[in-house]
Every structure is written in C-alpha cells, then in structure tokens.
Design a protein around this ligand. Structure first.
Ligand code: PLP
Length: 399
C-alpha cells in the first residue's frame, strides 16, 4: 500500500490544537485510540481479570506480539526480535553476547559522537569484564577507517542523534565482517522512520527505542535483534526467568529459551507494552519506502525554508538525502534559549548540547505548512532577539 500521498494525517493522533510537533523522534505523539485501549487494559483487564489476565487477556504473549509487529519495520527475520527493557539495558545484553563471540579480541569500536548512554554502557561492561577490554571511541568520520583485526565489536548508531547523518549499514557491516568484527546497530533514530534492512545487511545484533518514531509512549519498552546464526548459541548475561526455556517449571537451574526468547529477562510491563502494541497499528501495511521519500522531501523543504528565513543558522545535517535520517538540525550558540522561545510559541523541537536545534520530521502528521510556520516563527524569534529573556535561559531538568 502506497499511502504517502494521503499524508499528513494529523487525525491519526491526539495532537493539541495549534502545536507544530517536530519532536516525534524524541517522544512520538499519542496515537488516536491508544488512550481508550489503555483504559481497557487498566479497567477490563487488570481491574476485572486480575492475575487471570496473564492468560485470559494474553499478557504473557504480548512481548512476542509486539516483536512480530516491529520485525518487518527493521528488516528482521520472524522470531529474531525480543521486546522489553530499555534501549540501554538491551545494549548491555547484546554487547555481552557480541563480546563472547570474539573472545580473543579486546576492543569495542564506536563513535565519540554516539549517544552517551551507548558509550557509558560499553565503558561499564568493559570495567565489569576487566581483562583488558576497552572502548575506542573515534571521531565520527574516522570510525570506518579504524575497523581492523583488533576490533571485537563495532557498535554504531545508524542515524546520528545530533546531525541526522545516516551510515551505510550494508557497507559498514561488510567491512567489519571482513575484519572479523561483530556488529551492533542502534536503531533509535531509524525504526519507524525508514525501511531498515538488518537481515539483508547481515547485521549481527541491533537495539532500538519504542517511544521515538514508533510512538509507544514515554518510557515504552525497547527492542533487540539477534541474527538467526547467533540466536541458538548466545549465552544471556541477564539470565532471567522470562528467558528460561520453561519459566513456570520453576527449575532451580537455568536453561536458555529457544532463540531470541532467551534474551527476555523479567516480567514485562504490560501497560506500556499495550500502548506500544496499539501504537504500532499505524505501521500496519504502511509502505516505509514511500514514507522515507516523503520525509526526505519534507527535510529538503524545511532546510530551504529555514535557510531562506534564518540566514544566520548553520545547517548541521547532510544536504544529501541519501545519507540522512528523518531529522534536520541547525547550530546556534544560544540554541537552548532559542528552542525554549520556539516551544513557547507552540513549535516543539529539541535542543541537544552544545548548540543543536533539532527538528524531527514525521510525514504521518507533519506537512509543508507546518514546516513553513516553524521556519517563520524561528525567523521572528531570531530577528527580534526575543529568545534572549531570562525565562528562556533557565535550564529545566530535561532538555
Ligand atoms: C534515545 C536513544 C537512546 C535511549 O536509550 P534509553 O535506554 O531508552 O534511555 C539510546 N541510544 C540512542 C542512539 C538514542 O538516540
């Protein structure tokens, strides 16, 4: 189904009137109908069925149902995705599995501009493992040249959270495999934005968020992917009972479940998983390639509109649509205050330290008119200097 021409369809979501929402890559908006679905899960399931809900409301299979909905969005073979925990925790799990596949080597190679949690988790697991394990975080443009036979694991985020630059998953994975490295892809800014082809690119492992382009709600469960060639042999480092071959046998000893099942850990968060399952309706039968084309047209449109209206801003995102994700960023030395001033006028984007104004572009509910309005308001704020007020400089806990 190629439905991209019918977009934007703002009424797929409960978006507040008058808001231009350019932050769906940080927290996707509330899909229409999800509030009612959640309310049923609370009242008719938890409230009325009580513990029987695990069977009668199908809670126990909910993680697998959600995984089956996510798999086609990321080009994963059936039965290779597990849903649960946060992206950070899933990274820990797949890193441990990846490190064990290359026990003679000691280096986790990554990008110094990677999202900090990825680097923190990798540092932490190296400290925990000891034995000379270390992270080598190279400047973004030097990572690919640094792939050599010392690298045990290459850990990269496909789309840079600041600049939106997208890596060539196939070429990088091939290069890493030629050097004998195992590859982990973070799909935080990819899943739900454009077609990802994990299997076709030969990826070993992947992780990603449920609350960004997948619209699963604040703190939605994350996902992980294990290639079929590894799934039957990886040893889960977090060997919890939900990953056991028979959780309700209550065996004293651990036996890993089949394939990716073993990467599950504890009791799934049913309410937030219900929201994610419901949100994924919006991707059923959707042509992700058409969505990507539309998103890139919108990114081009936004870049042109902002550059025409705000000549002082510096584009941080590649102009070449073949190498970018689904957000556009500009640099401004007072980016924090500028973004707060924009938000105060109903144009919601993100600030990312030190100087990035970031705008997520989601064709499901964003169209040219929204982007023109955002560029116009941004221009007015910069021309008038209205961003330079104390209330816009005061930093909130979440930026
Ligand atoms: C958003 C994001 C995360 C978030 O991790 P959580 O554990 O969900 O907080 C991780 N990695 C990248 C690249 C991200 O953009």
């Amino acid at each position: 189904m190629s439905d991209a021409t019918a977009l934007p369809q703002r009424d797929l979501f409960d978006l507040p009137e008058g808001v231009v929402y350019l932050d769906g890559n940080s927290l996707g908006p509330l899909p229409r109908g999800t509030a009612e679905r959640l309310s049923r899960a609370v009242g008719a399931e938890w409230g009325a069925q009580l513990v029987r809900g695990w069977n009668d409301a199908g809670w126990i299979d909910l993680p697998d149902r959600v995984a089956a909905r996510i798999a086609p969005l990321i080009g994963a073979e059936p039965g290779t995705v597990a849903v649960g925990d946060s992206t950070s925790v899933n990274l820990f799990k797949v890193l441990a599995a990846a490190m064990a596949l290359n026990p003679e080597r000691r280096v986790i190679l990554s990008d110094a501009g990677n999202f900090p949690t990825d680097l923190y988790i990798a540092d932490g697991i190296c400290r925990f493992r000891g034995e000379g394990w270390r992270v080598e975080a190279k400047p973004s443009e030097e990572v690919e040249a640094a792939i050599d036979e010392s690298v045990a694991v290459l850990m990269l985020t496909q789309v840079d959270y600041r600049t939106g630059r997208r890596r060539d998953m196939r070429a990088v994975t091939e290069k890493a495999h030629a050097a004998g490295a195992v590859v982990i892809w973070d799909l935080a800014h990819s899943a739900g934005a454009f077609p990802v082809e994990l299997a076709a690119c030969g990826a070993d492992f992947a992780i990603g968020c449920g609350y960004k382009f997948l619209n699963g709600g604040p703190g939605a469960p994350a996902f992980l992917y294990v290639a079929p060639r590894h799934a039957a042999t990886v040893e889960p480092v977090l060997s919890g009972w939900m990953g056991h071959a028979a959780p309700f046998a209550f065996d004293p000893g651990y036996r890993p479940g089949e394939g990716v099942e073993r990467m599950k850990v504890g009791t799934p968060p049913i309410l937030s998983m219900t929201a994610l399952e419901d949100a994924l309706r919006l991707f059923e039968g959707r042509d992700l390639a058409a969505l990507e084309t539309r998103a890139q047209d919108l990114c081009d449109h936004f870049i042109a509109a902002v550059e025409a209206r705000c000549p002082g801003l510096v584009l941080a995102t590649p102009r070449d649509r073949a190498v970018r994700g689904s957000h556009v960023s500009f640099r401004h030395p007072e980016g924090y205050a500028v973004m707060q001033a924009l938000i105060a006028q109903g144009v919601i984007g993100d600030f990312r330290a030190p100087d990035i104004l970031r705008f997520g572009i989601t064709p499901l509910y964003i169209g040219e008119a929204d982007l023109d309005r955002a560029a116009e308001v941004l221009g007015e704020i910069l021309d008038s200097g209205s961003w330079d007020r104390p209330e816009f400089h005061a930093r909130a806990k979440v930026t």
